[in-house]
Ligand binder design. Structure first.
Ligand SMILES: Cc1cc2nc3c(=O)[nH]c(=O)nc-3n(C[C@H](O)[C@H](O)[C@H](O)COP(=O)(O)OP(=O)(O)OC[C@H]3O[C@@H](n4cnc5c(N)ncnc54)[C@H](O)[C@@H]3O)c2cc1C
Length: 510
């Protein structure tokens, strides 16, 4: 059984080994001045004893094991990894619960309400916005949905599947494959994030220029709230008032615990075609991406990598940007669609070739490997984090320049960008920021950079998040982005559904 890392990404056995770490250090040393030290992998530090005990009726669902508690204390942002690496577990949950039925979830919520215990729903724990880290002072319970997992029903007639909230990405696809069906929702965190987490954060998939966010793939939801179960109707569409599902999409664990979802699935693609187009200037690549997405061609993948991203993600070092294009269909060959997109790219100065079937390729491997590399960089003393947004096409240039300026002095800070998603009305830029970390003051330094960068994004018309969610770390900008009447409505919904305020305090509102 593979062991999950308690401090960093994914599986312990997939982390970079010493040789790979050294090689990475040499490469990165060409870009950034590093001090040569490598932070050792930490043991779980001793934790304070739990301040609460469950009643006997719930004891079998709950653990106070220190490794489990430490593993549930943080998400997987840079500020999480760097603290865990230093052996710091700021606010460990007092207990971790793994309910196996909806009734058990309800009983845990009741008990939490009676005892004033905060409850933080936990899927894969891949939050990068402080979504799973309670920062109050009272006792808290991490509610891990891992036992409410699996594809329990597949409805091939209506192209839908019922999936437990705690199901990880690969298990979703494994459950659908025998039926020749697929969800095709691929966040970069796919391997270690769950359906419930995706729905709760309105996750964005890749290879998803059309239905990017999980929203469009949700047919119906089952949510256990502190005042009862909210199960929505399975219909293809409805005009009956505000949509009940929408209340819980993006609710980030503050209104109820999502325990299952009916998801819209589709036939597996049989026809695929892909191309990587080189652009001497990334501005031309952006113009091509805009033209393609505004043409109505609907590529499954249309992603621009700036030259440095192309070097890091795809290993191409010719100084050009890359536009990655992919088309797929379960029904018809898509080569003509790709050919047209390539034509449009050429008209904007692009050169390059089709890369054969499959919208994946080497860069996709690198994409899934990236979080392990990120952890290795942190060990090497690099401050490395990503910031994402979405903006109108005509705001991009100013926004990107402002982000680069805000990220730190140019000589010692590297900022790369990719457009992870493109829409007819604008791109979703995704910035990676790399700089030498001030050892021992990493979190404070990152928080300063984050503040400056997100202020710059807000000042230039970008949203605080395209797909990473709000959590605790984005509150400051979310609070100014959302309209006040909406805030009042959200507060009222919270008070009605969670009257004792146990669910994920500090996230979204409050
Ligand atoms: C390396 C890396 C890559 C990433 N790539 C992407 C990406 O491509 N696209 C993207 O959208 N995001 C991405 N993320 C962010 C993260 O993976 C998503 O937010 C994901 O949807 C979280 O799922 P999870 O199961 O890990 O949820 P968690 O991190 O466990 O929880 C996230 C939030 O949802 C709440 N929650 C979780 N489960 C439930 C539930 N069943 N009911 C109610 N509330 C719940 C939690 O309380 C928390 O507030 C990435 C993160 C990392 C570290």
């Amino acid at each position: 059984m593979p062991v999950r890392s308690w401090w960093g990404w994914g599986r312990v056995d997939r982390a970079l080994d010493d040789g790979q770490l050294r090689a990475l250090g040499e490469q990165v040393g060409l870009l950034l001045p590093l001090d040569g030290a490598v932070t050792p992998v930490p043991d779980v530090p001793p934790l304070p004893p739990p301040r609460i005990r469950p009643p006997a009726s719930l004891a079998s669902l709950v653990t106070d094991d220190d490794r489990d508690r430490a593993g549930h204390a943080y998400g997987k942002a840079y500020r999480d990894v760097v603290r865990a690496l230093a052996g710091r577990v700021d606010h460990p949950p007092d207990l971790v619960a793994r309910p196996d039925t909806d009734a058990a979830v309800a009983a845990l919520l009741d008990w939490a309400g009676d005892t004033g215990t905060a409850v933080v729903p936990y899927g894969g724990g891949s939050s990068v916005v402080g979504g799973v880290e309670y920062r109050g002072t009272g006792p808290w319970l991490s509610l891990d949905l891992g036992r409410l997992a699996g594809v329990s029903e597949v409805d091939p007639v209506n192209h839908a599947a019922r999936v437990g909230a705690g199901t990880f990405g690969p298990a979703v696809e494994a459950g659908l494959r025998p039926h020749d069906l697929t969800l095709r929702h691929f966040p970069q965190s796919f391997e270690f994030s769950t359906v419930g987490g995706w729905v709760a954060t309105r996750a964005g998939g890749h290879f998803a220029t059309g239905p990017t966010h999980i929203d469009d793939l949700v047919q119906a939801l089952r949510v256990v709230t502190p005042i009862g179960v909210n199960e929505t109707l399975r219909v293809p569409a409805s005009g009956a008032g505000p949509a009940p599902d929408r209340l819980f999409l993006g609710s980030e664990g503050i209104l109820g615990v999502i325990t299952a979802a009916w998801l819209r699935v589709r036939r597996r693609p049989r026809f695929t075609a892909a191309a990587a187009i080189r652009f001497e200037h990334d501005a031309d690549g952006r113009a091509a991406a805009r033209a393609i997405v505004q043409s109505g061609l609907q590529p499954a993948n249309c992603r621009l990598l700036d030259p440095l991203e192309a070097a890091i993600q795809a290993g191409v070092t010719d100084g050009g940007a890359r536009l990655l294009l992919g088309f797929e269909s379960a029904d018809v060959p898509v080569d003509p669609l790709l050919a047209r997109a390539v034509d449009i790219s050429r008209a904007h100065g692009g050169t390059g070739e089709t890369t054969g079937g499959g919208t994946g390729g080497a860069w996709r491997e690198a994409f899934l490997r990236a979080p392990y590399v990120r952890d290795a960089l942190v060990r090497l003393g690099v401050m490395v984090e990503t910031v994402e947004t979405a903006c109108a096409w005509d705001r991009f240039d100013d926004l990107r320049d402002a982000v680069v300026d805000a990220a730190g002095p140019r000589g010692s800070t590297v900022v790369t960008y990719r457009l992870t998603h493109v829409y007819p009305d604008g791109p979703a830029p995704y910035f990676t920021i790399l700089a030498p970390a001030p050892r021992g003051a990493e979190v404070d330094r990152w928080d300063e950079v984050k503040r400056a960068v997100n202020d710059a994004i807000a000042a230039h018309g970008g949203t605080v998040t395209h797909h990473h969610a709000v959590g605790r770390d984005h509150r400051r900008w979310y609070d100014t982005e959302r309209p006040e009447p909406f805030h009042a409505a959200l507060r009222a919904a919270k008070a009605a559904l969670d009257p004792r305020g146990v669910l994920n305090p500090g996230v979204l509102i409050g």
